[in-house]
Design a protein. Structure first.
Length: 51
């Protein structure tokens, strides 16, 4: 069986043209400009879904 490597996709949260945060498909989150994030935005951590 051939092993397929999955790429990590990073999503960027922008405020205009300013990078405020990023979240990737490995579950990593980084906040660059907390003052520019919407007040209703938050991160919930859950156990990974396993098939």
């Amino acid at each position: 069986m051939r092993q397929i490597k999955h790429q990590t996709v990073t999503y960027q949260i922008m405020h205009g043209d300013r990078l405020t945060a990023s979240v990737d498909t490995k579950g990593r989150c980084r906040i660059y400009e907390p003052g520019f994030l919407p007040f209703s935005l938050y991160l919930e951590e859950e156990e990974p879904f396993v098939c």
